[in-house]
Design a protein around this ligand. Structure first.
Ligand code: AMP
Length: 285
């Protein structure tokens, strides 16, 4: 059954007022559309944990760093609605831009500290855009639970921090990264890769898992990093913006996984910026 597409906040609120009165648990899955199996795994998790599920689709201009990237971002609303149909979601909320940023809009939500590194270094202002739109979507939907992908690990941390700091009564749930058979993390941006580049992109994950295996065997990250960078280079990647081992709770840099850790990477390929991250088990675990 195709879920109704709502574009106005008033219509969304009219729906969920009845759900809240009935004591139902409402889940939200915020997306920018161009849905793939990664997004759909969040929808599945939401359906399993909630009585009602709202999927939001909004390509948020404030979180893009370049007008070109924003213009090139895929917009596939009809196909998205068709992909959602089998999941029985209750509402697809595709807000008109003025429902998020009405004329005179002047407020920004900014999370400090964890936004200073990794994506924050290379995408200034990006997380302000994310935190602002997600805060609005949390407040607009009134959801009890929100589902985000670990694919965007730092974003998940930022969203959790924001909801906690602003006392928004919502539980933020992280879901594992869904990958192609090659190991490539699914992403709406993968659509922009040529067939040749897609094959090269498949090298990122095995190179990262190799790093993780060496870390688990006790090698320090500084020993491993040059090999991983050389491997990415040989695979045909362009600029590697970062390849870092970080504490999974604070994003502080680590040389060895003495605490739960995450290996995170951002690299360019064929004019497309790819990001990925994987957990690295704590030594001694
Ligand atoms: P986006 O539409 O790219 O903003 O992503 C919407 C949500 O889907 C975010 O919470 C992402 O982390 C999540 N997501 C994107 N790609 C994947 C993936 N491959 N596996 C799991 N979740 C994903």
């Amino acid at each position: 059954m195709t879920a109704p597409i709502l574009r106005r906040l008033a219509d969304l609120r009219a729906n969920y007022a009845t759900w809240i009165r009935a004591g139902e648990v409402v889940g939200v899955v915020p997306t920018m559309g161009a849905l793939h199996a990664g997004h759909l795994s969040l929808v599945e998790a939401a359906k399993a944990a909630c009585d009602r599920v709202i999927v939001t689709i909004f390509v948020n201009p404030r979180q893009f760093n370049s007008a070109e990237d924003l213009a090139k971002y895929p917009r596939t609303e009809q196909a998205d609605a068709a992909k959602l149909a089998p999941y029985g979601v209750d509402v697809v909320y595709v807000p008109d831009p003025d429902q998020i940023y009405p004329e005179g809009y002047a407020t920004s939500v900014s999370v400090e500290g964890i936004t200073d590194v990794l994506e924050g270094t290379f995408r200034p202002g990006h997380f302000d855009g994310v935190a602002t739109v997600v805060a609005k979507l949390f407040l607009q939907t009134g959801a009890h639970k929100a589902f985000f992908g670990e694919k965007d690990f730092q974003q998940l941390m930022v969203v959790r921090r924001m909801a906690r700091d602003l006392d928004i009564p919502i539980e933020v749930i992280g879901c594992p990264t869904v990958r192609e058979a090659s190991g490539l993390a699914m992403s709406s941006r993968n659509m922009r890769l040529s067939v040749d580049a897609l094959e090269k992109a498949g090298q990122l994950y095995p190179i990262m898992t190799d790093c993780a295996a060496r870390l688990t065997a006790g090698e320090a990250f500084e020993k491993i990093e040059p090999d991983a960078r050389a491997a990415l280079d040989a695979a045909g990647f362009g600029e590697i913006e970062y390849l870092d081992l970080r504490c999974a709770d604070t994003l502080a840099p680590l040389q060895t996984p003495t605490r739960p850790a995450r290996l995170l990477a951002a690299a360019w390929l064929d004019g497309v910026r790819l990001i990925d991250n994987i957990p690295v088990p704590q030594l001694g675990d």
